[in-house]
Design a protein around this ligand. Sequence first.
Ligand SMILES: Nc1ncnc2c1ncn2[C@@H]1O[C@H](COP(=O)(O)OP(=O)(O)OP(=O)(O)O)[C@@H](O)[C@H]1O
Ligand SMILES: [Mg+2]
Length: 290
Amino acid sequence: MDQAQHLRNIVKAQELNYIQQARVITVTSGKGGVGKSNLAVNLGVWFRQLGKRVIIFDADFGLANVEVLFGRVPKYNLSDVIYGDMKIADIVSEGPMGIGFVSGGSGIVSLNNLDELQVRHLIRSLSELNALCDVLIIDTGAGVSDTVLEFAVASPEVLLVTTPEPTSITDSYSLVKAMHKSPKYDPKMTKIRMVANKVNSLEEGKNLYQKLNSVVGRFLQGQMEYLGMVPSDRALEQAVIHQQIVSIASPSARSSKAFEQIAKTILGEDTTTNNRWGLTDFFRNFINKS
Ligand SMILES: Nc1ncnc2c1ncn2[C@@H]1O[C@H](COP(=O)(O)OP(=O)(O)OP(=O)(O)O)[C@@H](O)[C@H]1O
Ligand SMILES: [Mg+2]
């Protein structure tokens, strides 16, 4: 039995212990600073409001996105699970409203750097998140790095944050292209949905989607879906400056309402297909593909 098969069997065995699979949503973008972390934490807030248990995994290794937005310093990070003897439950820090978050830490660059025992331990640990949350939101770094691609192609649901800036559009396209070129990408398994951020109207958001999606269709024979838009909002900027989350500090702000709408759209979907695509599947993909 090869190593990958061995690992798959371990994941399979774990799966039997869990009836309900947590939903995995990966937030990513080509360009940096376009609003990924804000989308991740604000969706987290509204999922909580809607009664879901949420954990946000900060997969921007080495950079502290989520903890800075939450204004909380985690004691531990994923390195303590891989290299230390901590359990995953011990490293889930508590953010506002009981949102859990896991800091990736700076010690891990890619799964490929870990040996078999470490990967087994990590997968077993991460699978334990199933018991702790209903939705796992993964906040990735920007760009088309190996790590970002690994997360994107293994994930059942990818939210691609794009702003009207030309560089954001071209960088989003580059990321979607890299996903399509990856032998690990399967369009039937991974749904890519665009979120238009920092736009000024519903129409601008839709146009941005149509523009990008038509290029994806023409040059990659691919297809993205449109999830919605978040307006450019000073209340969000102010919240970030004060290390607050806009959806908590100003729930009726324009951006907060937009995040609420997107969260409701996501949770209102028929999840029969998503159930197939829970957290264990996500990590199985990760193994299959690393
Ligand atoms: N809808 C919005 N309205 C106004 N400003 C916004 C909006 N979304 C994001 N911003 C601004 O962009 C900044 C960067 O947002 P955020 O940290 O969420 O981006 P990111 O994509 O996670 O960045 P990085 O690539 O560095 O991780 C915020 O601090 C905020 O000032
Ligand atoms: Mg970020």
